[in-house]
Design a protein around this ligand. Structure first.
Ligand code: URA
Length: 235
C-alpha cells in the first residue's frame, strides 16, 4: 500500500489532503527524515507531525459500551463512534461492532475492521458464547431455564427456533444468560417470551474474554494477544 493510501485509509484526510500533508513535510521517519510519497518505511517508524501513526490494519478493540449509545455509524443521536478518537471513526475499512448491543444495553463490545475475524466470532457455529447479565422487572418463576434450553423457543416475528441457551438465576430478579447466537434484541425478547421484562442488560463476556473490571463505561482499548486468544477459549 502506498503512503498516501495508507494515511487516507487511516483517516488522516482525503488522498488530496494527505498528498498536501506529505508535500508540506508532515510525515517523517523515526529519525526525523522527511518522507516523500514514494517512501514506504515500516508502519512503526512512520511519524505524523512527530507522533507515531495510529495502529495498522487489522485492528481489534474492546469498548465498555455505556447506556444511550447506538452501534450504527449513521444512526441519529449518540453512537459508539463518538466514544472513539475522531480518526479511528474515519478508518477505511471502518471498525464494525462484533455483534451489536442495543442502545440501552451496556458492556463488552468488540470492534474490528477484520471481516473474517468478525464472522468467526459471531457465527453460531463458532461456538463462541456470549454471556449477559440481565436485571428483570418481575421475579423469575422457575420455568425460564428449561424454556431457554429447550431449543424450541420461537421468538415473536421469527420462524426458526432459538438454539439452546443457558440461564443461571442470580436471585429473584437477576440472571446470567449465555447464548450461541445474536439475534435482534434476543435476550430482551427471550424474557418477554417468558412473561418478564428486562430492565438492564450488560454483556459480560465474549467466549472466554470477560469485560475487564478496569475498563470503565465509555472506555476502550486494543486487546492484548492473551485477550484475543481468550475469545475462542471455552468453546
Ligand atoms: N440481547 C438483547 O436483547 N440486547 C442486546 O443488546 C444484546 C443481546
Amino acid at each position: 500500500m502506498k503512503l498516501v493510501k495508507l494515511l487516507a485509509n487511516l483517516g488522516y484526510g482525503s488522498r488530496k489532503e494527505v498528498q498536501r500533508l506529505i508535500r508540506a513535510g508532515a510525515l517523517t521517519d523515526e529519525r526525523g527524515r522527511v518522507l516523500g510519497e514514494r517512501d514506504f518505511p515500516p508502519h512503526a517508524s512512520i511519524r505524523f507531525r512527530g507522533e507515531a501513526l495510529d495502529p495498522p490494519f487489522p485492528l481489534l478493540l474492546m469498548l465498555n459500551k455505556p447506556d444511550g449509545y447506538t452501534c450504527g455509524a449513521d444512526d441519529p443521536g449518540s453512537t459508539i463512534y463518538d466514544l472513539l478518537p475522531p480518526r479511528l471513526a474515519l478508518r477505511n475499512p471502518l471498525l464494525s461492532p462484533v455483534g451489536r448491543l442495543d442502545k440501552d444495553s451496556t458492556g463488552l463490545l468488540l470492534l474490528t475492521d477484520d471481516g473474517q475475524l468478525l464472522h468467526k466470532i459471531i457465527h453460531p457455529k463458532s461456538g463462541c458464547l456470549k454471556t449477559y447479565h440481565a436485571v428483570l422487572d418481575r421475579p423469575l418463576e422457575g420455568h425460564e431455564a428449561a424454556l431457554f434450553a429447550s431449543g424450541k423457543l420461537v421468538l415473536r416475528n421469527d420462524t426458526k427456533p432459538l438454539l439452546p441457551a443457558r440461564l443461571e438465576a442470580l436471585g429473584d430478579k437477576a440472571a446470567l444468560v449465555t447464548l450461541h447466537e445474536g439475534r435482534y434484541h434476543q435476550v430482551r425478547r427471550m424474557f418477554a417470551a417468558a412473561g418478564n421484562h428486562v430492565l438492564a442488560l450488560t454483556r459480560l463476556a465474549v467466549g472466554g474474554l470477560r469485560l475487564p473490571e478496569d475498563l470503565l463505561h465509555g472506555e476502550w482499548r486494543e486487546l492484548t494477544t492473551a485477550e484475543r486468544e481468550r475469545i475462542f477459549d471455552g468453546r
